[in-house]
Design a protein around this ligand. Structure first.
Ligand code: 26Q
Length: 745
């Protein structure tokens, strides 16, 4: 890319009489021209990332940063009287639900920046993750028409590379849109759009807003097969053109990474092509697939493990169903000859109870299967995939997640980046590990860091005031819990903890309480009733506290609307404390925890997911760990009685009573339902996620934070320790691990 030429183009752009949208398109196109002019050596061996979600966020600032031209562009346009920050209104590319989709985006960023040939495949949804509004405290969803206003200047439509995908009842054209990912190498995210008659186009219309829960099966299967088949079809076609029909060498040039089971149909399509079109035997084709595919698991929640009815798949994809059933028989035969026990074979089977277990397909065919944090991988080995692990221990490995410091530090916290520049030079920008050399005992550095945090908090408060019309308390501790809304993430427990603190404040039990603001951001899947009730409950608590003169100068709750990547950028930079309070064993990793840490928030968290590794790096003494461990949770199973537990603990009962005693208006019984989730067997056991069990320990941890925060130097030191010990959680480290241990690229 020719920097001088791009700067010249910027200088020549006339800003007068142009709308922001016109300017956005013009500047973006100028950058795209440079990016696309880059000559790429075609690498021999490439990795391909198959993901049904990519939560890219806003591309503009990220791309200008990658081009090394962001500061200069700001200056050039400022001189012309145009503030580039205007583009903070550009909509996010929100083609993902949460962690798994954002992880894919971070990984693409890191691979390009490190020069690894990693290409992404996915779906170009017309509507991304819904936009969220609150009406009367309740979530209302609106379609995310993300292309409408600002368009998509960062992608190129490639009609010349379209490919047909066949279903029993329709044929769909998959048209690629290529989004270059600029770095040391220019990689590509290829998203397919479904075209054809009305029914066909529906396939790429909506992102499934279901996080960890099963719904809308038929369309979901169509989506998964649609992009998997398009991607595999193209790669196989290109290979045959170049190297002929001997597939022996296919795995030397291709390595596939399945981002959870959502693209497991790629396995079936690959086998279908090799057997039906190129006449290989199934065992032979499977042997080649085994050298090509790998699988990352992101969740152990049973309701999120994809199992598709055999009859359903047979109906729209008969050949694929046939392949999967034959694969089932082949795998069984293999396990039989290798002496697997009957129970093990049952556990690992591809067809189970009339359904295809997509995870079992993935585990059988993959060379490597990985979990996303140490504890999660351990659970995969001991529970979910124990039989596979016993017979092939090397198949399972851990790659702890990471986040890109380019978006989650350089872009969102320029002030902290400058601080590192001043004290370390620029080396840390290429090798994040260098930030650990900051001396956290140096009082001047602590004072500087404290100033930066204060500034980021001020910016966050201004942003929230603009977006929500709520003025945050000043000189308060900012505590953030931002993530998808789910029972296992226990926003509900935080709500009850806040009520506990509220009552203690009212009763005069906390005379020295430091003012505290709880900031929540979360979307609930549209069909997830209980998650929506938790949002309502939190909004009611926010209102109760805001209207109570006794406490509202010391305690505040704000639930921001439409939490997304861009909102996250503000919140992670402007928070003091990161809440990561999932029931131990349930959060595979978490990545928001890493983003907040990187920006110097201390963690109040359970020993779950990557929290464990976070406190290993930053020191337990610099964080606030509380609650039951996985072992303790396991021991409670069948013994724990939440009704008795609440009776024994009046401090708990007082707050759970608010759900039913008229503290809040509850005409339609939504809060009543929340109470039922704690005390009655519903679709889960009573208090399935041990909300009450960990509640008082959470309150204690929060009060400890509140106390320690008063000693500014002590607290800031903890924060700086966290920020400067976060290098391990860079996605650069994670991608290097994938490249070395799995992809061999
Ligand atoms: C399943 C069946 C049918 C329809 C949809 C789904 C479905 C959709 C989305 C299942 C799971 C998801 C998303 C899972 C996810 O985001 N998991 C998160 O992945 C992160 C990256 O590894 C982890 O950090 C989080 O801990 C994990 O929750």
């Amino acid at each position: 890319m020719n920097r001088e030429r791009l700067i010249e183009t910027f200088r020549n752009i006339d800003v007068k009489n142009k709308t922001a949208v016109e300017l956005y398109k013009e500047i973006s196109s100028a950058c795209m021209n440079e990016i696309l002019s880059e000559k790429q050596k075609a690498p021999v061996r490439c990795a391909y990332y198959f993901s049904v979600e990519y939560l890219m966020g806003r591309m503009f600032f990220n791309n200008l940063l990658a081009l090394g031209i962001l500061d200069e562009a700001r200056e050039i346009f400022a001189k012309k009287g145009f503030d580039l920050n205007t583009f903070e209104d550009v909509e996010d590319a929100a083609l993902g639900n949460g962690g798994l989709g954002r992880l894919a985006a971070c990984y693409l960023d890191s691979a390009a920046n490190l020069g690894y040939p990693l290409y992404g495949f996915g779906i170009r949804y017309k509507y991304g993750l819904f936009r969220q509004k609150f009406v009367g405290g309740e979530q209302v969803e609106e379609a995310d028409d993300w292309l409408k206003t600002w368009g998509d200047p960062w992608s190129v439509r490639r009609s010349d590379e379209k490919i047909e995908v066949h279903f029993a009842d329709m044929t769909v054209t998959a048209v690629p849109y290529d989004m270059p990912i600029y770095g040391k190498s220019v990689n590509i995210l290829r998203l397919f759009q479904a075209e054809g008659d009305g029914e066909a186009e529906k396939i790429s219309e909506y992102l499934y807003p279901a996080d960890d829960c099963e719904e809308g099966k038929l369309l979901r299967i169509r989506q998964e097969y649609f992009f998997s088949a398009a991607a595999v079809g193209q790669l196989v076609q290109k290979y045959v053109k170049k190297y002929g029909k001997n597939f022996e060498h296919f795995p030397e040039f291709h390595v596939f990474q399945l981002n959870d089971t959502h693209a497991v149909f790629a396995v079936a399509e690959f086998l279908r092509l090799l057997t039906k079109e190129y006449r290989l035997t199934l065992p032979h084709a499977a042997e080649i697939a085994k050298r090509t595919f790998n699988y990352t698991n992101h969740t152990i929640l049973p309701e999120a493990l994809e199992c598709w009815d055999v009859t359903l798949v047979e109906k729209i994809l008969p050949e694929i169903a046939q392949i999967l059933t034959r694969l089932h028989i082949l795998a069984k035969r293999e396990w039989d000859t290798c002496g697997y026990r009957k129970a093990e074979i049952e556990e690992m089977s591809i067809v189970r109870g009339g359904k295809y277990s997509m995870a079992n397909v993935a585990v059988y065919i993959s060379g490597r299967v990985n979990g996303v944090a140490e504890i999660h991988t351990k659970i995969l080995k001991e529970r979910l995939f124990s039989a596979a692990y016993k017979h092939a221990p090397d198949k399972l490995l851990n790659v702890t997640n990471g986040v890109t410091q380019r978006r989650w530090l350089l872009l969102c916290n320029e002030e902290l980046a400058n601080f590192y520049d001043i004290h370390l030079g620029h080396g840390w920008r290429k090798n994040l590990q260098a930030i650990s050399e900051i001396n956290c005992d140096d009082e001047e550095l602590l004072a500087e860091f404290a100033k930066i945090k204060a500034e980021k908090k001020r910016q966050l408060a201004a942003y929230i005031e603009r977006k929500e019309g709520v003025k945050l308390l000043e000189n308060a501790i900012y505590i953030a819990q931002v993530k998808r809304l789910h029972e296992y993430k226990r926003q509900f427990m935080t709500a009850l903890a806040i009520l506990r603190i509220y009552f203690d404040l009212k009763n005069g039990k906390l005379p020295d309480f430091t003012p505290t603001v709880f900031i929540f951001g979360a979307k609930a899947a549209g069909s997830y009733r209980r998650a929506k009730e938790i949002i309502l409950f939190l909004n009611k608590i926010a209102e109760l506290i805001a209207n109570d003169e006794d406490v509202n100068a010391r305690l505040q709750v704000v639930f921001v609307q439409n939490y997304d990547v861009s909102y996250a950028e503000k919140i992670v930079a402007g928070s003091d404390v990161s809440l990561q309070v999932s029931t131990a064993g349930f959060e595979a990793s978490g990545t928001g925890n890493m983003k907040l840490m990187m920006n110097g928030a201390v963690t109040v968290g359970t020993m779950d997911g990557a929290n464990i590794e976070i406190v290993e790096e930053a020191g337990k003494e610099n964080n606030y760990i509380f609650g039951a461990t996985v072992e303790e949770i396991n021991a409670l199973e069948g013994v724990y009685d939440p009704v008795a537990f609440a009776e024994e603990h009046p401090r708990i009962k007082r707050v759970t009573d608010t759900l039913t005693d008229g503290t809040f208006e509850d005409k339609d019984g939504k809060l009543m339902d929340l109470a039922s989730s704690l005390f009655e067997q519903t679709y889960n056991r009573a208090d399935h996620y041990y909300v009450l069990y960990d509640l008082l320990p959470l309150v204690e941890a929060l009060l400890k934070v509140n106390e320690e925060y008063k000693d500014k130097t002590l607290f800031v030191k903890k924060q700086l320790k966290n920020a400067t010990r976060s290098a391990f959680f860079s996605s650069d480290r994670a991608i290097k691990t994938y490249a070395e241990k799995i992809w061999k690229i």
